[in-house]
Design a protein around this ligand. Sequence first.
Ligand code: HEM
Length: 500
Amino acid sequence: MEVLAVEFPLSWLLFLASLLLLYKYFTRTWGTWSRQGIPELKPWIIVGSRPTVYKGVVHLEDLKYRRRFGQTWGEYEGCHPILFTTDPDLVKVVTVKEFSNFADRRNFEVKQEIFRNNLALLQGEQWKAMRSLLGPGFTGSRMKNAVDTFLESAKTLTQLLKRDGKDGKKGLEITRYFSCFGLDVLASYGFGVEVSSLENTETPFVKNALRLFTCADLGNPMIVFALAFPKILSFLDVFPPDAHDFFVKTIQDIVKARKDGPDSGLRKDYVDIILQAIKQSEENKEYKRMGITQKLLEEQLMLFFIAGYDTMKTSMSFTSYYLALHPDIQSQVREEILDAIKETDGEVRHGTLSKLPLMDACIAESFRLQPPVNRLERVAKRDFHYKNIFIPKGTVVQIPTYTLHREPEEFPDPEVWKPKRFLEGNQTHNPYAYIPFGSGPRICIGMRLAQDIMRFAFVHVLKELEIVRTPETPEKVEYMEGLHFAMQPTNLVVGFRSLH
Ligand code: HEM
């Protein structure tokens, strides 16, 4: 009995001591911000500052905290300290001036390789080498080669909007149309594959792409634990495994067919860039040492969909929405387009794009109000001091672009869609307060490509159709809940009325 009496309290003592140790461990970083006098969002043990992030609309919450705390504040994901900032000077420091210390994003190392190994998530010298290998795929001359593809897809898009829009009488859920359009152009430019998803939704390529890339489901409670313990993701299938495997196989088949085929290196498309990079990596010992393998290079083919699909769909949908709400500005853009194509007998050419400042301003202002990628991030490689802020090594700095683009000092009447802000001579904002494609050496590699594709689409659509408000067009945009790579509007309905 005596022995038991001693053992019982000892085991309890051990239990309590372990609890205490666990508590200490999980709260070890608490106070990182408040101790420095930086406002912080109170953390909860294990789950961090936003335990219900999967239920909220993340960029609207960012805005709420900016209003509560000011331009810079701290939070915790699990027990990892995160610094949020919408201070354009700090944005410049992190993305440009101190790039060597803030060169990388987090890589959550998800189980499925095509989402783990893409350029956006590679780090250090591997990222640098890959970026320079892929860069030639995004030059102006490459894009000029693809103009016919862009134009064809834009024509098909216009015809379908005309057909389904029933002369403005039927409201169309536009993200669906722009997502198929995006898939068509990206598949063609990236894979050299014609998919015509606007018409053929049942082909394996289209079906799998829509499943894989239509916003990975991060709107569930698991995301809170994944942020706290990122290693979890290396065991989970975040994306539908069969669709993932379909694309791994498709990529391998495409690369093999093109490598051995008669037109190898002649098409000058993105597959050629990858083939060329594979050759370079086989010949160059440095690339081998860095782990730039054929497999890693093949995986970069998915870049187009992972990074381009949702972002283009969202931005084109918003631009149409705002044009529908502002018919007067839309007519001015149409006049501008008709003027620009007069010189080429009504034909749209690559040169047409440089003559459309108002259309560009409309797209830019839509990017400001609704930046598809609503947060950027960088990880501090080493401890860093900025004014009175100490950023410990390993801290993630988050730049919430949706909120940054609403800084009232930079953009008066921030909630109002005013394209004129972006016309020449009117741009008074700090350049680091407007970064829809990011900033610094890690800026979006597909920026020019995405802009050109969007411009071609709008030139065609606006030349033929008037984008109109319908009874279903919302006054207020709604978004899918949860943490998504690109923001997901859920209720963008507009009409399309034929002009001819
Ligand atoms: C409207 C369309 C698009 C928007 C708004 C957009 C926006 C962005 C943003 C904000 C970033 C992060 C930049 C940073 O952290 O500083 C990014 C990165 C990236 N984007 Fe885009 N993007 C778009 C289309 C595309 C397309 C079509 C591609 C095609 C390949 C692409 C490929 C990438 C890649 C690879 C990265 C990572 C770059 C790196 O880390 O070196 N994006 N994009």
